[in-house]
Each structure stands twice: as C-alpha cells, then as structure tokens.
Ligand binder design. Sequence first.
Ligand SMILES: Nc1nc2c(ncn2[C@@H]2O[C@H](COP(=O)(O)OP(=O)(O)OP(=O)(O)O)[C@@H](O)[C@H]2O)c(=O)[nH]1
Ligand SMILES: C=C(OP(=O)(O)O)C(=O)O
Length: 246
Amino acid sequence: MWLPRGGASWTVLLPLKNLARAKSRLDRPDRSLLALAMALDTVTAVLASATDLVGAVVIVTNDQTVRRALSRLRDQGDVSAGHEAGRTPARALSTQERARLVIVPDTPDQGLNPALAHGAELAADRWPGRSLAALSGDLPALRTAELHQALAAAGSHRRAVLADAAGTGTVLLTATTGSPLGPSFGPLSHDAHRRSGAVDLTDALGSSVPGLRRDVDTVDDLAQARHLGVGGATAAALLVGQAPVP
Ligand SMILES: Nc1nc2c(ncn2[C@@H]2O[C@H](COP(=O)(O)OP(=O)(O)OP(=O)(O)O)[C@@H](O)[C@H]2O)c(=O)[nH]1
Ligand SMILES: C=C(OP(=O)(O)O)C(=O)O
C-alpha cells in the first residue's frame, strides 16, 4: 500500500463492530444503515488529515458490508452524497489520501479491546516507530482539524485519552512509540484509561473539538451530532430514513 514519504507520526486504529449488532442503543430501525454511514464519515474525516501527520488508517472489522463500503471509498473516492446544513461539503479525497486505508480482520473477534490490541500489534509490526491513535468509529460530526488538534496535544505524552461528550467514555486513546496502547474501552472507560496512566486531554481540548467528542450511541446523541453538522454519508442515510414509505 502507498504510504507518505518520510515519517508520518501516527497510525490511526478504527474498530468497527458487525453491523447486525452495532448501535443497539440507537432506537431507530435504520441503526445498521446509520452505523455504516457514521463510520464512513468518521473514516473520511480521518483520511482528509495531513499525510505527513497520519500514515495508515487501519480499520479492524469482520463485517463484510463494512469492508466492501470502505474498499469502495479507498478505490473509488468519496461516497458521501451530500451534507447537512452547518457543515461545508466534504471535499473529494485525493488518491493518496484514500490509499492509506487498510482494512484488517478482527481476528480475535472477542470484543472491542481485543480488536484494538490486535490492530495495535499489527500496526507496530508493519509501521514501527509510529505512534498509535485508537479512535471511535461513530463520530459523524468529526472535523479533520479537530483530529489534528487532538493529535498535536497527544503527541507530547506517552499515553493520552480524550473523553466523549458525556465525559465518561473514550473517543480517542493514544500511545507514542514504544508505549502500550492499553485499551480499556467500555463503561466508564475514560476514568479507566486515566487510572492506567493515560494523560487526560479533555480539559485542555475542552469545547474546541465538539465533533471529535460527539460519539453517537442514542437518538439524543444523533440530534446533537446533527446540530454540529454531520458528514455526507450520514446526511444521505438520514434522508433515506425520511423517505416516504412507498
Ligand atoms: N471490531 C470491533 N469493533 C467494535 C466492537 N465493539 C464496538 N466496536 C466499535 O467501537 C466503537 C465504539 O462502539 P460502541 O459505541 O461502544 O458500540 P456500538 O456497537 O457501536 O454501540 P452499542 O451496541 O450501543 O454498544 C465503534 O466504532 C464500534 O463499531 C467489537 O467487538 N469489535
Ligand atoms: C466503548 C465505548 O463507547 P460507548 O461508551 O459509546 O459504548 C467507550 O466510551 O469506551
């Protein structure tokens, strides 16, 4: 696969659950469609990051629909059809930006933390010397500039953590070269990551990265993400959901 000349600082790990089981807290019949769309918008925002900052974007998933959709994104370009008010249209990704997308099986298939540990081991082997950033895949309002800001803040710490909008979960966990990622995602994971030694970035970044911190688990979360402005794939999926039933 293509990788930027010189040393990109970061490998981004992005885990994606099987769509059939994803977003079980999202009380909508189109939860699986939205889970995929939100993942596409999250990945698109990451792929738009500077190629000398982010090298490989590693998706860890066993879902073949996710794999096909992301392969289309990598090989054919931006799949987002539109955008919602409040957000500038997503620009088309360049070939080089898209080529960084790597999709690997969730070999352990034992949940989120083993998936991330597996991805971290693979990344350290294939791209040694790069820091790791584990990012949630349900951030439809993520802006690329927010990720740049967070990685800049994380880069000066061996391990760092950013809380979700609720302040209890984790949307970003980082580890600089040689430090274990140590994922403890799950209920109250923000506190768990801090207790394991990750430096908390939440106060420093505060309200400056609202899209990065707005993970979507519930319909209320989705409404807040829409207020921030969601990406084209999520906007298109929401339009489908509004389509009159024939
Ligand atoms: N590969 C993989 N990714 C996972 C797994 N569980 C969660 N994820 C991903 O981790 C991120 C955070 O997921 P959650 O919001 O905790 O889980 P979810 O399935 O999306 O939502 P719930 O069903 O409400 O728990 C999302 O990108 C998920 O797709 C897993 O078992 N394997
Ligand atoms: C797995 C996590 O996401 P959520 O809280 O959305 O389940 C987490 O924040 O650690």
